[in-house]
Ligand binder design. Sequence first.
Ligand code: SAH
Ligand code: SF4
Ligand code: F3S
Length: 478
Amino acid sequence: MRANTPTAKTNANKKVFIKTYGCQMNVYDSDRMADALAPAGFVPTRDAADADLILLNTCHIREKAAEKVYSELGRLRKLKGERAKAGKDTMIGVAGCVAQAEGEEIARRADVVDLVVGPQSYQALPEMVARAGRGERVVITEFPDEDKFDSIAMTPKKILASRGPTAFLTVQEGCDKFCTFCVVPYTRGAEVSRDVNKVLTEARTMVEAGVREITLLGQNVNAYHGEGLDGSPWSLAKLLHALAEIDGLWRLRYTTSHPRDMDDDLIAAHRDLPSVMPYLHLPVQSGSDRILQAMNRRHTGDDYRRLIDRIRAAQPDLAISGDFIVGFPGETEQDFNDTMQLIRDVEYAAAFSFKYSPRPGTPGALLDDHVPDAVMTERLHALQALITEQQRAFQESRIGRTFDVLFEKKGRNPGQLVGRSPWLQPVNVQAPERLLRTMQPVTITHTGSNSLFGDLAESDNHAALHDAQVMAQLETAS
Ligand code: SAH
Ligand code: SF4
Ligand code: F3S
């Protein structure tokens, strides 16, 4: 029984709560869902209990992702019940990659769900909400021809401005690589690149709203081949060159890259464009040629080593990060040792590592010869210990160096600001609030486990101290 039918006309001041799981693309998509719902009268809230519409933007990449969604839905059922007692309606939707993979199944298993929407259909949200409000259970998981980004209004400048000086911008979505362990080609569909002019327009709007650092997103962002300003397909390198021309856009990053799509022009961009940050996330997954082949990665460990050498020749001061999977079916002790050797050879600044998790519908899930969980745990720990050591070494190598930090937000301690180094580590600095959203030279004094600590470099430090004294005087005067 649904009272208060929410339609486009009666949604004024309705609140939407979006919970985001998974990768950065989901973070970007969640903002776009909020944008899509804004014309229908929905404003975002951070409090689920206060929301008329709750959306779970889900991830399907590893084990039990769907289970997590079902248990969250259990909690939401209670919340919906409590709100109903207070006479309030609550609509619940599942979006993202679990929605795409499970579709109707979610609607069948969880009657608390009013709508299910796949990642390519967020432009349909206002209409779906209106239909669900009329009592219909709505499931949309098609891959429509129209580009979802075209039909969603761009994030208004005011909202962008409130989000700080860094932003994500999806330029490519989907994947045609079909690594045998991975669900992404099924949940996100075929690889699609957005046109250069659309990317540039969105980037300029972000910069006008005060964004100073943009991270270009794609499942295989370096396979980008969007229609260029001259009508021909442009590579990611060419897109970076065009973005680097935008005044006020200080920093550019991109993620995630596939080793096979790292072309010479992109490598050269790290040498030639100062705004392209010296950080590259380049997952390799395994160092064993046998396992790489079984994963359908289509390169060897040595191909990857040679590639890293070429990238470092162009930009010696580059931080490399990676992703690793331990325990892919058939992985022997020798295969694992090959992975450890590759890590020693490359020297990572950071990495994410996971136990292999069979995903329904992928070729990997059909393989026998599973690695026992205890062995996976042991390998994961050994790998993570090595990565931690390398990460520490990288961070310690920053001590005494002075480089720019873009201050993003206030730190945990009073008087502290936090920003990112060019190599993506958070840097904590005593600095006056007026330096938020600015980029300042900072000298690193020491490191924490995942972050750096430093002081404003000499000249600014004086200015900052002077500022702090003036502020203190003003405060005592008032
Ligand atoms: N497009 C990127 C990866 C996207 S998924 C690439 O090609 O590298 C992010 C990471 O999740 C992957 O790099 C992989 O390390 C991990 N991952 C993906 N599927 C997995 C699975 N079935 N089990 C464990 N880890 C997985
Ligand atoms: Fe998944 Fe492989 Fe595509 Fe990356 S390249 S998204 S791991 S299929
Ligand atoms: Fe997860 Fe989908 Fe991203 S499966 S990692 S949310 S593309």
